[in-house]
Design a binder for this molecule. Structure first.
Ligand SMILES: [Zn+2]
Ligand SMILES: [Zn+2]
Length: 275
């Protein structure tokens, strides 16, 4: 088992240290664990992102030295809204040698960038407002996959977790299929990956994205998919990973992948160091 997408205390909403995460992953008999703290470009100063990223990198080096013989520890970052602040993104990239960069979007700028949809009053939104939000959201993702140097696109349909899966707005997501297809086609052509985010797979059976978009990714030539529990607590690292593996198998993917030094490798070939 391997989750590439996890948060430490160096994320504003993370709760566990790097060491706690690594030790927990070892005790859960995982093959590997990725560190991917929030790099929110639009709150870069407010959240002391650069200082925190440097601290995380140092803790990663220490953990690798101490536990690297027991588990594969991979250094990454969840680059949020990179297209708006490429110079700030570069400062992060200059910290050291990263294994992977996740690309994501939590803040849709046109709605005010304090507006992470997870805090929005989505139950009050009309379908028209959801539609406007999603048009802007997928525009940002399209620019992101075209212009930034990423390895994995995280939670492709993140706002839908709130619109449909949690708040049951019964919104017709197929309205955005052509935009999503364009995004997935670029990712496939670049030989990059998409993530299946399994944070709510065990409790609510939510996969971001689910089989519908995974099949679309396969149809446009996509090969690489990663799994991420998006854990904010060390004891949640393996949440949904087994279910995610089954979903990928059902969709006809041969394996799931991790990135090391920016290259994809199949997890099944990775030896479990704790055995
Ligand atoms: Zn995220
Ligand atoms: Zn995350």
């Amino acid at each position: 088992m391997l989750s590439l997408h996890n948060h430490t205390i160096y994320s504003h909403d993370g709760n566990s240290t790097v060491e706690e995460i690594v030790k927990s992953a070892i005790s859960q008999n995982m093959k590997g664990v990725g560190l991917s703290d929030h790099i929110d470009m639009l709150l870069f100063e407010e959240r002391h992102i650069l200082e925190n990223a440097k601290k995380c990198y140092n803790d990663f080096l220490k953990a690798k030295e101490k536990y690297g013989n027991k588990i594969k520890i991979l250094m990454g970052a969840e680059m949020g809204e990179e297209i708006f602040e490429p110079e700030k993104a570069q400062k992060i990239r200059d910290i050291g040698e990263f294994d992977f960069f996740l690309a994501s979007c939590h803040f849709v700028k046109s709605f005010g960038y304090e507006y992470d949809v997870c805090y929005a009053d989505v139950p009050m939104w009309s379908h028209q407002k959801i539609n406007r939000y999603l048009v802007d959201y997928f525009d940002i993702l399209l620019a992101t996959v075209k212009e930034t140097d990423f390895d994995v696109l995280s939670h492709l349909d993140y706002p839908l977790r709130y619109a449909n899966a949690i708040y049951k707005k019964d919104y017709d997501t197929t309205l955005h299929d052509s935009a999503i297809k364009e995004i997935l086609t670029i990712i496939a052509k670049k030989g990059k990956a998409i993530e299946v985010n399994t944070k709510n797979a065990d409790d609510m059976n939510i996969f971001l994205p689910d089989a519908y978009y995974l099949n679309m990714f396969k149809d446009v030539g996509g090969k690489y998919v990663t799994l991420g529990s998006d854990a904010h607590y060390a004891n949640r690292l393996s949440v949904g990973i087994e279910k995610g593996k089954k979903l990928l198998k059902d969709c006809g993917f041969d394996d799931y992948y991790y990135f090391e030094k920016r290259k994809p490798y199949p997890v099944s070939k990775l030896k479990n160091k704790t055995e």
